[in-house]
Design a protein around this ligand. Structure first.
Ligand SMILES: *Cc1c(COP(=O)(O)O)cnc(C)c1O
Length: 497
């Protein structure tokens, strides 16, 4: 499976490009402009093609197999999204083009904002933020601005349950506020007594992930919202897990004041590798004026002559400002717009129903095989413990690495932090029953192997181009070069640690 380095297949004189005739007189370039050490591989077009296609096969991707990475919603991204994003009118549109010449793009942004707001029961939405974490940042800045605008300067704390996504407390600190952690009760819900004790007039609001990172819907969420509101705080919902809720629950109707969506999760725009994303934010009437801009708006309703209104961009009157160049990642807007239009309201509801059904199917089948620390009906994902009864020394990491030998991407490891040896599994709605059954069988096989031959798990993966690496060292000493670094020896960890 190993792919030779492109330098190893280089042979002098080969080339992959045929440059056109220059058409102008050739001249000598000044010597000082020429790099002497520019040692490029000399390869044919076919070699380049095979090299990169083979390299791409060394990585797991959603297009090659199931990717049950909890919290990340690695669903299949329909290719029609890409077709639409590549339409020249969208792909070649310059962000500085004037509004009159960008009406199609502005209409698309306007409709996407409205649909997102409607889907979650909010007054308005901004699609500027470039990631979920940036949407959170926008939300907390809005909550802060809201209190300051009312002359309430005491509110400096944001309550964050311990089942929150790690970005939540980080966001609170970034926004200059103080995160106060709240414990969960034994069902994984917010502990109401702890909440009551934490509430006072220094609380700006609460930030809660729904469904939580334990994969469960907080059964007391209405009480939580009411109590925080009664204390004068606002409610932020981390809506990155909207894949469990579409068409079933509207966070705005539960009383939330603001939430973010992850278009690169729920609405199938691509993600991974830190690429462009969109963490749109929806708000109720309390926060509309504070939204980050610019926002697409109708500036003139369609008259009798025209078949469409005139769209423009506006900054909300008390906006927290801009978070991103121009209008955000427009390519993501096009893809999410396409996804929503293809499915329609009923279709999105089915997306969530199937996401929840698939997760519960896998959970039910793996009960009794692995421990389930929160043993109740889950949303679109569930957490189990990477522990096999009667076997010591098997860790979540060993199970994950062994899964790779079966061509399956591991679930999220060691997150949420409140579950020891956590494995967070999110199959998504796009996998069919045969694929889920295969995943379940493989998980059962691995549990059996843990008993019969634990070393097989400790030394996994065996079939991947790179074996078990020292993860700490790999993170600290990234090798992203296409040539080996002299003296660099990838090290295998001693088994089990
Ligand atoms: C993914 C995720 C985030 C962060 O989103 P990014 O786009 O990665 O910044 C926040 N909260 C939850 C619950 C998530 O799953």
């Amino acid at each position: 499976m190993t792919e030779p380095l492109i330098y190893e297949i280089s042979s002098p004189g080969r080339t992959a490009v045929a440059l056109p005739d220059v058409g102008v007189p050739e001249v000598e370039l000044p010597k000082e402009l020429l790099r002497k050490d520019l040692d490029l591989p000399e390869v044919s077009e076919l070699q380049v093609m095979r090299h990169f296609v083979n390299l791409s096969h060394m990585n797991h991707s959603i297009d090659s197999g199931i990717y049950p990475l909890g919290s990340c919603t690695m669903k299949y991204n329909p290719k029609i999204n890409e077709d639409v994003a590549r339409l020249p009118g969208f792909a070649n549109l310059h962000p500085l083009n004037d509004e009159a010449g960008s009406q199609g793009a502005l209409a698309l942004m306007y409709h996407l904002q409205s649909w997102l707001a409607e889907l979650s029961g909010f007054e308005a939405a901004s699609i500027v933020p470039a990631a979920g974490a940036q949407g959170e940042f926008a939300g907390i800045l809005m909550i802060r601005a809201y209190h300051l605008d009312r002359g309430d300067h005491k509110r400096t704390k944001i309550l964050v349950p311990d089942s929150a996504h790690g970005t939540n407390p980080a966001t609170v600190s970034m926004a200059g506020l103080q995160a106060v952690e709240l414990p969960s009760d034994k069902n994984g819900d917010v502990d109401l007594n702890a909440l009551r004790a934490a509430l006072d007039d220094t609380v700006a609001g609460m930030m809660i992930t729904v469904p939580s990172t334990l994969g469960v819907f907080d059964t007391k969420i209405r009480d939580v919202v009411r109590m925080v509101h009664e204390a004068g705080g606002l409610m932020y919902m981390d809506g990155a897990n909207m894949n469990a809720l579409m068409g079933i629950v509207k966070p705005g109707e539960l009383g939330f004041d603001v939430m973010h969506y992850n278009l690169h999760k729920t609405f199938s725009t691509p993600h991974g590798g830190g690429g462009p994303g969109c963490g749109a934010v929806g708000v109720n009437e309390k926060l509309v004026d504070f939204l980050p801009g610019p926002i697409a708006e109708i500036v003139e309703e369609a008259g009798e002559e025209e078949d469409a209104p005139l769209y423009g961009l506006k900054m909300p009157v008390k906006s927290i400002g801009r978070l991103k160049a121009f209008q955000g990642n427009f390519g993501m807007h096009v893809r999410a717009y396409t996804y929503i239009r293809i499915y329609g309201g009923e279709g999105l509801r089915d997306v969530s129903r199937h996401a929840v059904l698939n997760a519960n199917y896998v959970r039910a089948k793996l009960r009794g095989v692995y421990p389930m620390p929160v043993d109740r009906i889950c949303g679109h994902e569930f957490v189990m413990s990477g522990h096999v009864e009667g076997v010591e020394g098997i860790h979540a990491l060993d199970i994950s690495k062994r899964l790779m030998d079966f061509g399956i991407h591991p679930p999220t490891n060691y997150f949420p932090l409140i579950v020891p040896e956590a494995l967070l599994i999110e199959p998504t709605e796009t996998e069919d029953k045969a694929t889920l059954d295969n995943f379940i069988d493989v998980m059962k096989t691995i549990a059996q192997e843990a008993k019969d031959d634990p070393e097989l798990l400790h030394s996994a993966p065996h079939t991947t181009p790179v074996g078990r690496v020292d993860e700490v060292r790999a993170a600290k000493q990234l090798v992203v070069c296409c040539r080996p670094i002299p003296d660099y020896e990838p090290q295998r960890t001693p088994s089990g640690d």
